[in-house]
Design a protein. Structure first.
Length: 421
């Protein structure tokens, strides 16, 4: 489908449109798979993709926050993707170190996909009803998608905070001896630690940056349309081929990630920090100096925005600091996109097969309503059979009575004749 580009944040969104395409509404082999089934296949694809690309996700998180926990130990610093991979493998126990926090992250991805699907379905339907049209404009699609992303992130940001702490626990513990964070802490312990340090609001650290990041799929979509127009002739845009579609989608995703990456970095730093979101000073606060705490409440609130955080990082650490780990992010996006594109169709086929098997089973093993109809029909048959048997008995009774009457009449006539003689 050329009109909509796959994106890891929009599995359900893309598959929702696939399930509602007019061409796919007609099926020669049976009823169409419900939209929820499409969301299931998208969520399953997301889960497999996250499991395979999670080591890169952990490396990206470490690269994003390492300057926040600076150390004089040169051997502890990560000089890039491959250096980080080598040091994590050597110092933290081999391959298993790259999968610290993988289960809650995978759960978050699946929940994110499903919640987005549900929100998009509801909000999109409300918007179509308000407009009195079955189709939404591109601007409406972007707006509905961003709102749905914001609602899903509102529910999954607490999980993301716990995952970020888990991913960075070993690095922070080795660089900051005073830190209470340890790789041995369970997910429950980390959650209690966040509540103790930041309160309940701490579970939504980085949410404002997540709101900006919900625009990433929309930017990807727009860039995809632009690249499609620039690189593919008009007559080939409806079906540019699998390779061209994949490359354009991957490049547009990489460009969108580059644009929004500073917000991803600011989000990760806020989640890894032990500071309260309202704290006025510190390495991740939105004010650099202690005297800023004396400013008005309005000024401090203005300084706590994600935009001022990005500006502060750029001013104090340089513009390059805003893109720490970008290479790994682009690489992860490319692999994630490719893996899910390859797996999505296979998973979709399996789910469709299960769906039709379930329909067949339900027909062979009827539900309560069908059982009630069957019982009613059987009762009707029994009634009809009973009625026929009763009528037969009645006819036989009439016949026996008639014969008996005739016989009695004949005998009475014989007796009367004998008396006369």
């Amino acid at each position: 489908m050329a009109a909509f580009v796959y994106n890891s944040q929009l599995d359900a969104f893309t598959l929702y449109h696939l399930s509602n395409e007019k061409e796919s509404r007609k099926s020669v082999i049976g009823p169409a798979l419900p939209a929820l089934g499409h969301a299931t296949s998208g969520a399953a694809g997301t889960a497999i993709s996250k499991l395979l690309t999670y080591p890169l996700d952990l490396v990206i998180t470490r690269l994003q926050v390492q300057k926040q926990y600076h150390t004089d130990d040169k051997d502890a610093e990560y000089d890039g993707i491959f250096d980080a991979v080598e040091k994590i493998y050597r110092k933290e126990g081999g391959v298993r170190a790259f999968y610290s926090g993988v289960l809650p992250e995978t759960l978050k991805g699946v929940v994110d996909s499903f919640l987005f699907f549900l929100a998009y379905t509801y909000v999109g339907q409300k918007r179509r009803t308000a407009k009195g049209s079955n189709r939404l404009s591109a601007l409406d699609e972007i707006g509905v998608g961003a709102l749905s992303g914001a609602l899903s992130k509102l529910c999954t940001t607490p999980i993301q905070n716990v995952v970020t702490r888990k991913q960075t626990a070993a690095m922070i513990a080795s660089r900051d001896p005073t830190s209470s964070l340890s790789p041995a802490l369970s997910l429950k312990d980390i959650a209690l630690q966040i509540r103790h340090e930041k309160g309940l609001q701490g579970f939504w650290s980085g949410y404002s940056a997540s709101l900006v990041l919900t625009l990433n799929p929309s930017i990807t979509f727009l860039l995809h349309k632009v690249l499609l127009r620039l690189l593919v002739p008009r007559d080939g845009r409806s079906d540019p081929g699998a390779r061209i579609t994949f490359l354009i989608a991957a490049v547009s995703k990489a460009m969108a990630s580059t644009i929004t990456y500073p917000f991803s970095l600011a989000k990760t730093r806020a989640q890894a920090s032990s500071q309260k979101p309202t704290q006025a000073t510190g390495p991740t606060s939105e004010s650099e100096k202690a005297e800023d705490a004396s400013k008005t409440r309005t000024a401090r609130a203005r300084q706590r925005t994600v935009f001022s955080t990005i500006l502060r990082i750029g001013q104090t650490e340089g513009l390059a600091a805003l893109y720490q780990g970008l290479g790994a992010e682009v690489l992860k996006g490319f692999f994630s996109h490719g893996i899910t594109m390859l797996m999505k169709d296979r998973i979709h086929t399996v789910i469709i097969s299960l769906y039709y098997f379930m329909l067949k089973s339900l027909k062979e093993y009827p539900g309560p309503e069908e059982l009630a109809k069957t019982a009613s029909a059987q009762a009707q048959d029994v009634y009809e059979q009973g009625k026929e048997q009763a009528e037969e008995l009645l006819e036989k009774g009439k016949e026996v009575a008639s014969n008996a009457t005739s016989e009695v009449g004949g005998r009475l006539s014989d007796l009367a004749s004998g008396d006369k003689d």
